[in-house]
Design a protein around this ligand. Sequence first.
Ligand code: AP5
Length: 221
Amino acid sequence: MVVVLLGPPGVGKGTQAVRLVDELSAAHVSTGDLLRAARRDGTELGKIAQGFMDRGELVPDELILDLVKEHLAGIDASTDVMFDGFPRTTDQATGLDGVLEASGRKVDSVVLFEAPDDVLIKRLSGRRSCPDCGAVFNTYFSPPAAEGVCDRCGGALVHRADDEPETVQRRLQVYLDQTAPLIAFYEEHPAMMTSIAADRDVDQIYGEFRSAVTAGDGADS
Ligand code: AP5
Protein backbone atom coordinates (compact mmCIF):
# COMPACT_ATOMS: atom_id res chain seq x y z
CA MET A 1 0.00 0.00 0.00
CA VAL A 2 1.31 3.43 -0.93
CA VAL A 3 -0.26 6.46 0.72
CA VAL A 4 0.33 10.17 0.01
CA LEU A 5 -0.38 12.77 2.70
CA LEU A 6 -1.21 16.17 1.31
CA GLY A 7 -1.84 19.43 3.13
CA PRO A 8 -0.40 22.81 4.09
CA PRO A 9 2.51 23.37 6.50
CA GLY A 10 1.56 22.78 10.11
CA VAL A 11 -1.68 20.93 9.37
CA GLY A 12 -0.47 17.86 11.27
CA LYS A 13 0.71 15.48 8.51
CA GLY A 14 3.82 14.45 10.44
CA THR A 15 1.95 14.05 13.75
CA GLN A 16 -0.60 11.71 12.18
CA ALA A 17 1.91 9.86 9.97
CA VAL A 18 4.24 8.93 12.82
CA ARG A 19 1.37 7.34 14.75
CA LEU A 20 -0.06 5.32 11.86
CA VAL A 21 3.24 4.05 10.44
CA ASP A 22 4.02 2.82 13.92
CA GLU A 23 0.73 0.96 14.13
CA LEU A 24 0.95 -0.50 10.61
CA SER A 25 4.74 -1.08 10.61
CA ALA A 26 4.90 1.01 7.45
CA ALA A 27 7.78 3.16 6.19
CA HIS A 28 7.43 6.91 6.79
CA VAL A 29 8.99 8.91 3.97
CA SER A 30 9.09 12.60 4.89
CA THR A 31 11.12 14.60 2.39
CA GLY A 32 11.34 17.44 4.93
CA ASP A 33 12.97 15.07 7.45
CA LEU A 34 15.29 13.62 4.77
CA LEU A 35 16.37 17.13 3.76
CA ARG A 36 16.97 18.19 7.37
CA ALA A 37 19.08 15.04 7.86
CA ALA A 38 21.08 15.91 4.71
CA ARG A 39 21.65 19.40 6.14
CA ARG A 40 22.81 18.03 9.47
CA ASP A 41 25.15 15.58 7.70
CA GLY A 42 26.55 18.42 5.56
CA THR A 43 25.98 16.53 2.27
CA GLU A 44 26.02 18.31 -1.11
CA LEU A 45 22.21 18.01 -1.26
CA GLY A 46 21.92 19.42 2.25
CA LYS A 47 24.03 22.45 1.30
CA ILE A 48 21.95 23.14 -1.83
CA ALA A 49 18.65 22.59 0.01
CA GLN A 50 19.50 24.94 2.88
CA GLY A 51 18.83 28.20 1.01
CA PHE A 52 15.51 27.00 -0.40
CA MET A 53 14.31 25.74 2.99
CA ASP A 54 15.39 28.88 4.85
CA ARG A 55 13.41 30.99 2.37
CA GLY A 56 10.37 28.71 2.57
CA GLU A 57 10.74 27.78 -1.12
CA LEU A 58 10.57 24.30 -2.61
CA VAL A 59 13.78 22.43 -3.29
CA PRO A 60 14.01 21.70 -7.08
CA ASP A 61 12.00 18.71 -8.31
CA GLU A 62 14.96 16.79 -9.82
CA LEU A 63 16.81 16.83 -6.49
CA ILE A 64 13.72 15.70 -4.59
CA LEU A 65 12.94 12.89 -7.05
CA ASP A 66 16.54 11.62 -6.86
CA LEU A 67 16.36 11.74 -3.06
CA VAL A 68 13.10 9.79 -2.97
CA LYS A 69 14.33 7.20 -5.51
CA GLU A 70 17.48 6.63 -3.49
CA HIS A 71 15.54 6.33 -0.25
CA LEU A 72 12.93 3.95 -1.75
CA ALA A 73 15.71 1.71 -3.03
CA GLY A 74 16.49 0.91 0.60
CA ILE A 75 12.90 -0.06 1.45
CA ASP A 76 11.61 -3.55 0.63
CA ALA A 77 8.99 -3.35 -2.16
CA SER A 78 6.49 -5.29 0.00
CA THR A 79 6.60 -2.65 2.78
CA ASP A 80 3.71 -0.19 3.01
CA VAL A 81 4.92 3.37 2.42
CA MET A 82 3.48 6.66 3.64
CA PHE A 83 4.74 9.78 1.87
CA ASP A 84 4.55 12.90 4.03
CA GLY A 85 5.14 16.26 2.33
CA PHE A 86 5.88 14.58 -0.99
CA PRO A 87 4.89 15.02 -3.78
CA ARG A 88 4.57 18.80 -3.66
CA THR A 89 4.31 19.65 -7.36
CA THR A 90 2.61 17.95 -10.28
CA ASP A 91 6.04 17.10 -11.73
CA GLN A 92 6.93 15.33 -8.48
CA ALA A 93 3.58 13.49 -8.59
CA THR A 94 4.08 12.24 -12.16
CA GLY A 95 7.68 11.38 -11.25
CA LEU A 96 6.45 9.34 -8.29
CA ASP A 97 3.97 7.46 -10.50
CA GLY A 98 6.86 6.54 -12.82
CA VAL A 99 9.11 5.37 -9.99
CA LEU A 100 6.35 3.23 -8.46
CA GLU A 101 5.30 1.78 -11.81
CA ALA A 102 8.85 0.55 -12.37
CA SER A 103 8.44 -1.68 -9.29
CA GLY A 104 4.84 -2.71 -10.04
CA ARG A 105 3.32 -0.36 -7.48
CA LYS A 106 1.04 2.68 -7.55
CA VAL A 107 -0.33 5.34 -5.22
CA ASP A 108 -3.31 3.63 -3.56
CA SER A 109 -4.69 6.46 -1.48
CA VAL A 110 -4.26 10.16 -0.92
CA VAL A 111 -5.29 11.88 2.31
CA LEU A 112 -5.76 15.63 2.23
CA PHE A 113 -5.61 17.41 5.61
CA GLU A 114 -7.21 20.85 5.71
CA ALA A 115 -7.30 23.65 8.31
CA PRO A 116 -7.63 27.45 8.20
CA ASP A 117 -4.48 29.59 8.03
CA ASP A 118 -4.87 31.04 11.56
CA VAL A 119 -4.79 27.50 12.98
CA LEU A 120 -1.70 26.60 10.92
CA ILE A 121 0.13 29.77 11.99
CA LYS A 122 -0.54 29.15 15.69
CA ARG A 123 0.55 25.50 15.43
CA LEU A 124 3.79 26.43 13.67
CA SER A 125 4.60 29.26 16.08
CA GLY A 126 4.21 26.80 18.99
CA ARG A 127 5.98 23.83 17.41
CA ARG A 128 9.13 22.57 19.17
CA SER A 129 11.04 19.68 17.58
CA CYS A 130 13.73 17.36 18.86
CA PRO A 131 16.62 17.24 16.37
CA ASP A 132 17.92 14.08 18.08
CA CYS A 133 14.91 11.74 17.93
CA GLY A 134 12.41 13.67 15.76
CA ALA A 135 9.69 13.98 18.43
CA VAL A 136 7.40 17.00 17.96
CA PHE A 137 5.73 19.06 20.72
CA ASN A 138 3.67 22.21 20.84
CA THR A 139 3.89 24.91 23.49
CA TYR A 140 0.12 25.58 23.16
CA PHE A 141 -1.35 22.13 22.57
CA SER A 142 1.09 19.40 23.66
CA PRO A 143 3.94 20.89 25.71
CA PRO A 144 6.84 18.72 26.92
CA ALA A 145 6.91 17.94 30.66
CA ALA A 146 9.96 20.20 31.13
CA GLU A 147 10.25 23.32 28.99
CA GLY A 148 12.74 22.92 26.14
CA VAL A 149 13.52 19.27 26.93
CA CYS A 150 12.40 16.28 24.84
CA ASP A 151 10.19 13.90 26.86
CA ARG A 152 11.34 10.97 24.77
CA CYS A 153 15.15 11.28 24.70
CA GLY A 154 16.06 14.27 26.88
CA GLY A 155 17.45 16.22 23.88
CA ALA A 156 17.21 20.03 23.62
CA LEU A 157 14.09 21.10 21.70
CA VAL A 158 14.35 23.67 18.89
CA HIS A 159 11.97 26.03 17.12
CA ARG A 160 12.57 25.37 13.41
CA ALA A 161 14.04 28.42 11.65
CA ASP A 162 11.42 28.08 8.89
CA ASP A 163 8.66 28.31 11.53
CA GLU A 164 9.46 32.02 12.03
CA PRO A 165 6.42 34.13 10.99
CA GLU A 166 7.82 35.60 7.73
CA THR A 167 8.92 32.22 6.41
CA VAL A 168 5.62 30.66 7.43
CA GLN A 169 3.77 33.23 5.30
CA ARG A 170 5.98 32.33 2.34
CA ARG A 171 5.45 28.59 2.89
CA LEU A 172 1.68 29.07 2.96
CA GLN A 173 1.82 30.99 -0.33
CA VAL A 174 4.11 28.38 -1.92
CA TYR A 175 1.62 25.70 -0.84
CA LEU A 176 -1.23 27.54 -2.55
CA ASP A 177 0.73 28.21 -5.73
CA GLN A 178 2.63 24.97 -6.22
CA THR A 179 1.16 22.19 -4.08
CA ALA A 180 -2.60 22.88 -3.93
CA PRO A 181 -2.87 22.11 -7.70
CA LEU A 182 -2.14 18.50 -6.69
CA ILE A 183 -5.67 18.30 -5.27
CA ALA A 184 -7.08 18.52 -8.81
CA PHE A 185 -4.32 16.18 -10.04
CA TYR A 186 -5.31 13.47 -7.55
CA GLU A 187 -9.04 14.00 -8.12
CA GLU A 188 -8.35 12.81 -11.69
CA HIS A 189 -6.00 10.04 -10.52
CA PRO A 190 -7.07 6.41 -9.93
CA ALA A 191 -5.95 6.67 -6.25
CA MET A 192 -8.73 7.06 -3.68
CA MET A 193 -8.70 10.55 -2.17
CA THR A 194 -10.12 11.46 1.27
CA SER A 195 -10.31 14.95 2.78
CA ILE A 196 -10.05 15.32 6.54
CA ALA A 197 -10.86 18.43 8.57
CA ALA A 198 -7.67 18.80 10.62
CA ASP A 199 -8.83 21.67 12.83
CA ARG A 200 -9.78 19.18 15.55
CA ASP A 201 -8.40 17.08 18.33
CA VAL A 202 -5.46 14.84 17.32
CA ASP A 203 -7.29 11.62 18.33
CA GLN A 204 -10.45 12.52 16.42
CA ILE A 205 -8.41 13.18 13.28
CA TYR A 206 -6.46 9.97 13.79
CA GLY A 207 -9.63 7.84 13.86
CA GLU A 208 -10.75 9.21 10.50
CA PHE A 209 -7.26 9.07 9.04
CA ARG A 210 -6.74 5.44 10.08
CA SER A 211 -10.10 4.39 8.60
CA ALA A 212 -9.35 6.18 5.33
CA VAL A 213 -5.97 4.49 4.95
CA THR A 214 -7.01 1.00 6.02
CA ALA A 215 -10.32 0.96 4.09
CA GLY A 216 -10.04 -1.78 1.50
CA ASP A 217 -6.57 -2.78 2.68
CA GLY A 218 -7.68 -5.72 4.78
CA ALA A 219 -6.27 -4.16 7.99
CA ASP A 220 -8.58 -3.91 11.03
CA SER A 221 -10.44 -0.62 11.01
P1 AP5 B 1 8.35 19.88 5.69
O1 AP5 B 1 9.19 19.52 6.84
O2 AP5 B 1 7.72 18.82 4.87
O3 AP5 B 1 7.30 20.95 6.17
P2 AP5 B 1 5.74 21.13 5.85
O4 AP5 B 1 5.11 20.33 4.79
O5 AP5 B 1 5.69 22.57 5.66
O6 AP5 B 1 5.07 20.49 7.02
P3 AP5 B 1 5.35 20.72 8.48
O7 AP5 B 1 6.41 19.76 8.96
O8 AP5 B 1 5.60 22.17 8.75
O9 AP5 B 1 3.92 20.41 9.13
P4 AP5 B 1 3.09 19.10 9.39
O10 AP5 B 1 1.87 19.12 8.55
O11 AP5 B 1 3.94 17.85 9.33
O12 AP5 B 1 2.65 19.39 10.89
P5 AP5 B 1 3.13 18.73 12.28
O13 AP5 B 1 2.56 17.36 12.41
O14 AP5 B 1 4.58 18.92 12.51
O15 AP5 B 1 9.20 20.78 4.65
C1 AP5 B 1 10.10 21.80 5.07
C2 AP5 B 1 10.80 22.40 3.85
O16 AP5 B 1 11.57 21.37 3.17
C3 AP5 B 1 9.87 22.96 2.76
O17 AP5 B 1 9.49 24.29 3.03
C4 AP5 B 1 10.76 22.85 1.51
O18 AP5 B 1 11.74 23.86 1.50
C5 AP5 B 1 11.50 21.53 1.74
N1 AP5 B 1 10.77 20.38 1.18
C6 AP5 B 1 10.27 19.32 1.87
N2 AP5 B 1 9.68 18.45 1.04
C7 AP5 B 1 9.81 18.96 -0.20
C8 AP5 B 1 9.38 18.51 -1.48
N3 AP5 B 1 8.69 17.36 -1.64
N4 AP5 B 1 9.67 19.29 -2.55
C9 AP5 B 1 10.38 20.44 -2.41
N5 AP5 B 1 10.80 20.92 -1.23
C10 AP5 B 1 10.52 20.18 -0.13
O19 AP5 B 1 2.30 19.68 13.31
C11 AP5 B 1 2.64 21.04 13.45
C12 AP5 B 1 2.48 21.44 14.93
O20 AP5 B 1 1.09 21.35 15.28
C13 AP5 B 1 3.22 20.52 15.92
O21 AP5 B 1 3.69 21.30 16.98
C14 AP5 B 1 2.14 19.54 16.42
O22 AP5 B 1 2.41 19.10 17.71
C15 AP5 B 1 0.88 20.42 16.36
N6 AP5 B 1 -0.34 19.68 16.01
C16 AP5 B 1 -0.48 18.72 15.04
N7 AP5 B 1 -1.77 18.32 14.98
C17 AP5 B 1 -2.44 19.04 15.93
C18 AP5 B 1 -3.83 19.08 16.35
N8 AP5 B 1 -4.77 18.31 15.78
N9 AP5 B 1 -4.18 19.95 17.33
C19 AP5 B 1 -3.23 20.76 17.91
N10 AP5 B 1 -1.90 20.76 17.56
C20 AP5 B 1 -1.53 19.91 16.58
